[in-house]
Every structure is written in C-alpha cells, then in structure tokens.
Design a protein around this ligand. Structure first.
Ligand SMILES: [Zn+2]
Length: 188
C-alpha cells in the first residue's frame, strides 16, 4: 500500500525536510525524498506515522529492508538507528569540516556503515562532494546540528563528570519548576 498524501505531508514536515538518517536537505536534492518504513513492509511494518521516516533516495536504497547492522568496532550485530525512538545527536556527530558523519554509539557506527552515510563504498564519495558545496553555501550541517552540536561539543570538552552530574540535577529542578508554572498558567 502506498502512504497517503496527508501522511506523506506529515512525515516530510515532521522531519523538517531533512533525511532522518544522513540529514541531507530535500531542498538541496534533485529528487523528492522517500517515505521510509522503519520496520519494512516486507516484515509487517505498517503505514502508521510512528513507523515512517523521511529518507533521501540513497539512504532509502542502502537501508533496503535491513533493521540491523554490524558495529565495525566490535563486529556485533546491533539495531540500526530508529528516527522515531532515538535522537540523531545521541548517535552521530559531524566531523569538524561538516563533511562526514561519525557514529558515536554501536547503533551510530552500524548505521553509518550499513547506509554508507559518507559514500565510502559507493558513488566515489559523491555525498561528501555535495556536502562540500552545501558547507560553502552555508546551509550545512543543518542549523540544529550546528547549534545543539556546538553546545554538546563544548560541554563534552570542558566539563568534568562531576560538573555534568550537578548540571543534570539543576536541569531536573529547572524543568520541574517550568512544569509547575505551566500548570499554574493553565489554571489561571
Ligand atoms: Zn540520507
């Protein structure tokens, strides 16, 4: 069954028109992106939006009907990145020049390898060549990866484990206060 128009629209907007695996922008692509079934239809995956992700033609093609990959560091079989239940920035970082995606978890590394996110085995590295142009144009890596990534990079480099722990506790208190205040405003 093909995914209906309203669902396609939802998936594309939810993904902010980025491939949910390699974070390429649909706008910079010559072809519209595909609607990827995270659990493939051939394995019983449904058209429910929770099972759908936006994927560029290359990621969609390389993923095929695989749901697992091999972590090149340990040779273990692990699940591929799941755009609905996992966060991209938890599993991947951009190289400093913005040209390569680096997996930082077993799932991140296995996904990088299975989907060949840097075209190391296909297309003579064409995705890296395209990214070089996008970087020059100033629209790559995507804004969110840049800003949130920079904050994470800074904290990873300059904070001790102790400081991170205390920061986490403070953030918990902070979010509790926000929730309480929001509750107050919803009653007022
Ligand atoms: Zn992609």
């Amino acid at each position: 069954m093909t995914v209906n128009h309203a669902t396609r629209k939802l998936v594309r907007e939810r993904a902010k028109f980025l491939c949910e695996y390699c974070h390429s922008s649909e706008e910079a692509s010559a072809a519209q992106f595909a609607i990827d079934h995270i659990l493939p239809q051939s394995l019983g995956g449904s058209d429910n939006p929770d099972n759908l992700a936006l994927a560029c033609q290359r990621c969609n093609g390389y993923r095929y009907n695989f749901t697992t990959g091999i972590d090149p560091q340990t040779q273990e079989v692990v699940p591929l990145f799941h755009p609905r239940t996992q966060k991209w920035l938890d599993h991947f970082i951009w190289s400093a020049d913005g040209l390569r995606i680096i997996g930082i978890t077993p799932t991140g590394r296995a996904t990088c390898h299975r989907l060949d996110l840097n075209d190391e085995r296909h297309n003579e590295g064409s995705i890296v060549k395209a990214r070089r142009l996008w970087v020059r144009g100033g629209w790559h890596p995507p804004e969110e990866d840049r800003t949130i990534g920079l904050i994470f990079d800074y904290l990873s480099r300059h904070t001790s484990r102790h400081l991170l722990r205390s920061l986490a506790t403070k953030l918990k208190t902070f979010s509790r206060i926000i929730v309480r205040r929001r509750h107050y405003y919803s009653l007022a």
